[in-house]
Design a protein around this ligand. Structure first.
Ligand code: ANZ
Length: 976
């Protein structure tokens, strides 16, 4: 999908690391009504630009300092590095990748097989950017691969596909700059991504690969558009759009940041244009309600809820008064969520773009109102609604009547009210709304308190009280309304009831969600399948039988500069004939936005080659929904909301069988660059501790290499001067910082299995973590140790022997116990997506196994099966060396036998004459005699027992052994 240039990009277009803050800037395009609470922006999703590491919680090793793998490479050229070939990964990995490809090992059969349960595990498919894979990509991909391999081994039919979200602005920009067709660039990038992914040994079914730019794929994207059109869910409207004169194109809300284009930083203005819109608002309630049944991170659900922004309130009519204070026919209908405060409404505010404004504004005020409207049109919604911003506004010159108090109140025009939300007009209650309070204070408008806090506290002057409470000053018997003494809730109910009775208002539900602007003035997107009759301008859908409507070839991709899309240059394509009437027509030249192709791709993977249907019914029924969907948190709102919307439409028309597309969504954390240490210095060049630097006011900073740093308690300090505390920071990876790690380098240095293992071992899957090259060496050493334990050390000339060292003997009880403990832990941790602790369990197993004289086949085979989802190449190699002709991929995953998991020994305290003299370790069912024998043989206890006459023994199985000596026969003082 083509999301590259946007700040909110589906999929690793811009990997989470490079665009961590987009979520909230994008929100700016929705109306931000006045009382938008901070909770609307969940802090857990605000990625920090960097993480300050004062506590060493990232387990940074200080063994060497490196900023990049290439530096490591340079170092290694100079010294023979033992760690490098801890095992022959460079032979094993390509060998097994070839094997999987030739044997179509991970192919999911085309026919539905209902005899087995299914597991559909999906990655958010990437935008194939020119930069190739980033280490952030394999984080999620390894996790899904472990799950896919694990479930296959547990007997599930697994669907684990990969494809490309391939329309996108970067290819188009590149085409403009160089004349290279975007298709060429995109295909080149796809090839690179594919081979990089293959080199990591992911078990994708490559036969199901799809790409959103292929006509066989976008035929169905266009088909979905036609279904939306048929149902009135796609329509055209003249809407103000973000027009960027420098780029010559309209931008999506999320592509505009602080009034400038996200790409290039060019000014953006609002301009009305004919656009295609999708009526996502028709699904607002269902999108909200169905969130409850999803196993998604609570934070994402919360963000979706806030994005949809359902609020319940009332619309109330205020009658406009003429200059003599008489009622006119004109009404201003306001939307409020606090009808209980209506007696405190001291003025009305209409948005500068309020449609009736010109008819109510007085002659004297017209000029200043128009001037104000002009200034407001150049501001973004976010700028207008920011709470901290000083409020601005102009008096309209007219008044309206508060229907409850009967008082005349002024009507103001102010840009803190948005035309696009509610009715575009509000009743302002300065005593109980912060923005109204600021505004009223600035313009000297009276303030009337109508709600007292429940706890009896007094109003704080100079501040609005926005909470609920008990109503005061709110009675007018002339209009038949008295809400004094009621709670806010009861009062709100009564006001609505009253308004409905007197015909002045009604209950109303509002949403912040807006319809989806579904057109872009760009070339590299799906053509919208609509034609316009030349004579009448009527729009007609392209016939389904004519799909796909393919994108015409173009040599000149530059935007026209007038807002006319580049496709208008394909003159012979644009000119067409309406097949039913034979009349001349022209084609729609807008294309679909980058989100379109990614809205439904998960369905196509179920049946990628079907030319008759979007997806076969039986296949969809079997595979739906996606069981686990892994990707970046930056897609918490738009991609996930848009695809849920399309899915619900497809559900309504019977194309899909489930209400929701993704049962479980998991966001992987971001990977930050290596930790960088900085020391502070005073102006004389002496080091000073970071905690005292602030007192100095002026100080210098110096980067410190890792060798000069040690950890002291929670802090990092200079090795030579431990009283000098340092700043330790991990920054997001970026080209400009030069801290980007290329997965290709890691693979050639340590192998794909080490990279996979490391990415999983870095920390909890969902957390952000810092990259650390010594960490890869650690997991690489673990794989080397595993290899040597099972296969043996390399021969003196460096080659590795064939076969393995394992024996056919029966395993001992201790070995079985160690193994089954490991099986239980690894299984539990994969199921809980705690991959890092699963690896720790395997490391513990290998440490234990090194203490054994022999490695029995039964034990080692089970261990290799456990290892295989994580390090599949090594596992396949050992498996085959153990004599198995087939791939390990479909072998049964070991099951822990509870019998071996029970703790079998207990520590038994031994008392002699009532005093505890030591402990012995005994089998759980151990007899009194055996316990006594063990105690007599114990080094510490034997001196109390051996040769001593015994009066009696008291033995409580599993609890205690008490030996009472015959004191008369013991020489005094010998034992006490
Ligand atoms: C009077 C009032 C009194 C309000 C009070 C709030 C507190 P949500 O919950 O986000 O829907 N409002 C309505 N339309 C608006 C617009 N177009 N632009 C800016 N603000 C608008 O917010 C609804 C509240 O936001 C409404 O309730 C209205 O102010 C304001 F003590 O009405 B209230």
């Amino acid at each position: 999908m083509n999301l590259t240039h946007t700040k909110i990009q589906p999929f690793p277009h811009s990997p989470p690391l490079t665009h961590p803050t987009f979520l909230f800037s994008s929100r700016s395009l929705l109306p931000f009504p006045r009382n938008l609470k901070p909770a609307h922006v969940s802090p857990s999703f605000l990625y920090k630009k960097h993480t300050l590491l004062r506590y060493g919680c990232f387990g940074v090793s200080r063994s060497r300092t490196r900023s990049s793998i290439s530096e490591v490479k340079a170092e290694q050229k100079q010294k023979p590095l033992l760690v490098k070939r801890a095992y022959p990964f460079d032979e094993i990995e390509p060998k097994w990748q070839r094997y999987w490809e030739q044997n179509r090992t991970f192919r999911t059969p085309n026919d539905v097989d209902t005899s087995k349960p299914k597991f559909y595990v999906l990655d958010m498919f990437p935008y194939p950017s020119g930069a190739g894979l980033h280490v952030g990509h394999p984080l999620g991909y390894t996790a899904t691969d472990i799950l896919a391999r694990f479930k296959r081994m547990q007997g599930y039919n697994v669907l684990h596909p990969m494809g490309w979200d391939a329309f996108g602005l970067p290819a188009e920009q590149y085409a403009i700059e160089t004349g290279t067709h975007p298709k060429l660039t995109t295909l080149r990038n796809i090839n690179r991504f594919r081979s990089q992914l293959k080199s990591l040994g992911f078990s994708y079914d490559w036969e199901r690969e799809i790409s959103t730019i292929e006509p066989q794929y976008y035929k169905w994207t266009q088909w979905i558009f036609l279904q939306l059109l048929k149902r009135g869910l796609a329509y055209q409207a003249e809407v103000p759009v973000n027009w960027c004169p420098a780029l010559g194109t309209v931008l999506a809300n999320e592509e505009v940041v602080d009034g400038v284009s996200e790409r290039g930083g060019h000014p953006v203005i609002r301009k009305p244009m004919r656009q295609w819109m999708l009526k996502i608002t028709a699904y607002a309630d269902r999108l909200l309600e169905d969130l409850d049944e999803l196993d998604w991170p609570e934070s994402i659900k919360e963000m979706q809820k806030n994005w949809i922004g359902r609020s319940e309130g009332a619309e109330v009519e205020f009658c406009v008064l003429d200059s003599d204070g008489r009622e006119t026919d004109m009404k201003i209908t306001i939307y409020t969520t606090r009808p209980d405060t209506i007696f405190g409404a001291m003025y009305l505010v209409v948005a500068p773009e309020y449609t009736l404004l010109s008819s109510i504004v007085s002659t004297e005020q017209r000029e200043s109102v128009e001037e104000y409207q002009d200034i407001a049109s150049r501001k973004s919604d976010l700028e207008r609604t920011e709470l901290q911003k000083e409020k601005t506004g102009v008096f309209s010159g007219c008044c309206a009547k508060n229907p409850t108090s009967g008082e005349p109140i002024p009507v103001w025009v102010a840009d803190y009210v948005l035309g696009s939300y509610g009715t575009g007009a509000i009743m302002a209650v300065p005593a109980h709304d912060a923005r109204d309070h600021q505004f009223a204070s600035k313009f000297n408008i009276p303030i009337k308190w109508v709600v007292t806090p429940n706890n009896g506290s007094c109003f704080e002057s100079g501040k609005a009280y926005s909470g609920e409470g008990i109503i005061v000053n709110s009675s007018n018997l002339k209009v038949g309304l008295d809400i004094n003494g009621l709670s806010s809730k009861e009062a709100a109910y009564r006001v609505i009831e009253w308004a409905e009775k007197v015909g002045k208002g009604k209950k109303k539900v509002n949403y912040k969600l807006r319809d989806w602007l579904f057109a872009r003035q760009r070339y590299w997107g799906e053509p919208i399948p609509v034609i316009f009759l030349e004579d009448s301008g009527e729009s007609l859908p392209v016939l389904e039988s004519e799909l796909p409507l393919t994108l015409p070839e173009l040599d000149d991709f530059t935007p026209s500069g007038t807002g006319e899309p580049p496709l208008s240059k394909a003159v012979s394509w644009v000119k067409t004939i309406d097949p039913s009437s034979g009349k001349p027509a022209t084609r729609e030249t807008n294309t679909m936005p980058q989100w379109a192709g990614s809205c439904w791709y998960y369905l196509r993977f179920m049946d990628p080659k079907n030319s008759n249907e979007l997806v076969d019914k039986a296949k969809e029924k079997y595979w739906s929904p996606v069981d686990v969907y892994v990707g970046g948190a930056e897609h918490a709102v738009l991609h996930l909301l848009y695809s849920r919307f399309w899915h619900k439409v497809l559900y309504d028309i019977g194309v899909v069988s489930t209400k929701e597309p993704f049962k479980c969504v998991i966001n992987q954390g971001i990977i930050l660059g290596e930790v960088q240490y900085t020391a502070c210095k005073d102006t004389d060049g002496n080091y000073i501790s970071v905690d005292s630097a602030d007192d100095l006011g002026e100080y210098l900073q110096e980067n410190i290499s890792e060798e000069r740093v040690v950890k002291s308690g929670e802090f990092f300090v200079l090795k030579d001067s431990p009283n000098i505390r340092l700043i330790a920071r991990a920054h997001k990876m970026s080209k400009s910082r030069g801290n980007v790690v290329n997965p290709d380098d890691v693979v050639s240095e340590y192998g794909a299995d080490s990279l996979r293992l490391y990415e999983m071992f870095m920390g909890p899957f969902r957390d952000s973590k810092t990259w650390n090259t010594s960490g890869i060496e650690g997991v690489h050493r673990f794989l080397g140790r595993t290899w040597r334990l099972i296969v043996g050390s390399p021969l003196h000339h460096g080659a590795f022997k064939d076969g393995t060292l394992v024996t056919d003997e029966e395993p001992t009880m201790e070995q079985l116990r160690t193994l089954h403990k490991c099986i239980a832990k690894v299984t539990e941790e994969i199921e809980g997506t705690r991959f890092n602790t699963g690896i720790s369990a395997m490391m513990e197993f290998i440490n234990a196994a090194y203490k054994w004289d022999k490695q029995q086949k039964a034990i080692i085979e089970a261990f290799v099966l456990l290892l295989s989802p994580y390090a599949p190449h090594m596992a396949e190699e050992i498996w085959s060396r153990l004599g198995h002709p087939d791939s390990i991929a479909y072998e049964a995953f070991p099951k822990a036998d509870p019998a071996y998991l029970k703790e079998s020994t207990v520590v038994l305290p031994v008392q002699i004459n009532g005093k505890t003299r030591g402990t012995i370790q005994v089998e759980k069912g151990c007899s009194e005699e055996d316990a006594f024998t063990l105690a007599s043989q114990d080094e510490k206890l034997s001196k109390y027992l051996n040769g001593k006459p015994i009066k009696k023994r008291i033995f409580v199985p599993g609890k205690i052994l008490n030996v009472v000596l015959d004191r008369q026969n013991v020489k005094a003082g010998s034992i006490q």
